[in-house]
Ligand binder design. Sequence first.
Ligand code: SF4
Length: 290
Amino acid sequence: MEFNLLSNIVEFCNTEKKNMAQAMLEYEMRNKHLSKEQVLDGLKRVLLVMEDSVEQGLTQIVMSPSGMLNNWAKTVYNAKTDTLGPALKKATARAIAVGEVNACMGKIAAAPTAGSAGIMPAVLVTMMEEHNIPREKILDGLLVSSAIGLIFAKNSSFAGSEAGCMGETGSAAAMGAAAIVYLLGGNNDQILEAVGFALKASMGLVCDPVGGLVEEPCTTRNAVGVANAFVSAQMALAGIKSLIPADEVIFATKEVGDLMSPRLKESAQGGLANTKTGREIQKRVFKPAS
Ligand code: SF4
């Protein structure tokens, strides 16, 4: 069966009596001509890269060449004040850690993009730690998030130059929310509700990186994307419904991305990139060598 909509995947699960992770495992095997072991090995490698990037950002000196990012992950991780307990603080720090490693040209898993690479690792590492979820199950969570990524890529866009930051951190938050719901025992309908919530919260989010570098506001936006994922999953697991179905929300992100000004789509000409301070930073970073 071709998966063009999230509802197609749910239909397949219902007909075949499979969960979403099993459906996506079969999809990967069928479409990429891989064995089950090969798919799972690939996922294990992705998870390892995610964990390493979190670890690096939290333990090594990480200052981006532009100077915009300077060991913020450790600052957050070691902060004395928790707004909502240590779990959220640590998840926030983990997302920033990956953003900092990315800005320093370190190795990250672009899931779905480099700019939004902090959200999935922060979600998955936090789920492992807070809920004692075994690694094998986390791989299933990755498969579930891949379902959201697959359909988002088909019907909208991951590119900041096409869909703004809604396409990058918005889709990553939706993928993270889906994984959380699945890992906490939610059903397919709840997974889709969480996706709807996360994308609605990101609707219209512009891409306005200062100096065209994936640092500001990207890194802190990843941290907020993690909160979006957990809040969206929380609402879905509680039984609240997104009145607009997830597939329709995805189509709406495509429409909104198309309507967005090119100045707000990765060109570094609008939004935060075009503030007085944003322009000053750009001048300082790109000052010709004397
Ligand atoms: S602001 Fe633009 S470059 Fe930065 S994470 Fe968002 S989409 Fe990517």
